[in-house]
Design a protein around this ligand. Sequence first.
Ligand code: HEM
Length: 347
Amino acid sequence: MKKNEPPSQLLFCVTCRHSPGKSFSVQSLINNAVSNIICCLVFGERFEYSDKQYQSILQNLNEIVYLQGNVWIQICNAFPWLMKWLPGPHKKIVTLIQKIKDFVKIKITEHRENLDPSSPRDYIDSFLIEMGEKEDPDSGFDLNNLCFCAMDLFGAGTETTTTTLHWGLLYMICYPHIQERVQAEIDTVVGSSRQPSITDRENMPYTDAVIHEIQRMGNIAPLGLSRMTNKDTVLDKYTIPKGTMIMPTLNSVLHDESMWETPHSFNPQHFLDTDGTFRNREAFLPFSAGKRVCLGEQLARMELFLFFTSLLQRFSFSPPPGEQPSLEFRLGATRSPKSSHLCAVPR
Ligand code: HEM
């Protein structure tokens, strides 16, 4: 690093350890930062980016999400009794899940050893206090369920927001004029001397619209989460028998040709009125809908706004020199960007 570089340049190098202007892989950096938020809420602690055990847990999670899109896993879901006997990636997924489970179990044991019922530190403490001395599997308050709930929150709270932010930076690279307009709004409303806060959102309709459009086009959970009917159900003219697996295709609303002016192209105007105020859209359902709508929606929306504005306040993003930006995706449990290399130049 040169001696007389401005502080923002210094901050950049120290934070992500890459030379300014040189391309780097953004996925793991975002993943670490995002994951630490849900870790604070669930485990009551954040982890250093240099923590090898934690890095390996994040890598395992990443691989699980990717493997879930594998055809063998689909076959396994359809014929679990058969696949039990065959080798393949479905075996690997079980091993990876077990590793995360072991990690979470250690955290639960540590929490039980230092529990102060008058002062819960996080989700695990709150669950343990509610559970009391005795486990009650019928009510859901038992240690096994705590382990799975903590794993669900950790997994759902890490992968989804990371992938959305990753798409966000790629869209900004592909549409530099939109990136500049977001930065202009940040400069006007927030400036450069303080960090963005969530109360800024209502004064930043353009940025809000861009984030909504990133979620619409990113379409990170095209099949939502698999569900199963627990009783015979009549929906419109269809009868769905008890025990049927349901996979909502969120893609059908996010790209509905009757609902969006330009359903297949990136267009923040979808979320803006003619006078530039923000407008919500009925078909905007990236978090799904109904009773089982994403439990983390509010947290995720807050994270997306704060990360996205903080990053664009400090950096301008561009493709690696000589490369065309790409919006190619790979499909696992989520739909995530294939390419993760980009350049970040301090502003
Ligand atoms: C951009 C970020 C996110 C997106 C797009 C997203 C999307 C979704 C979707 C589509 C579902 C399925 C809902 C259904 O079955 O109908 C879901 C469920 C869920 N999400 Fe998210 N999510 C995000 C972030 C988060 C975060 C940060 C958390 C952390 C608390 C979280 C926790 C959950 C949980 C626990 C469920 C299961 C809810 C249930 O079974 O009732 N999500 N999410």
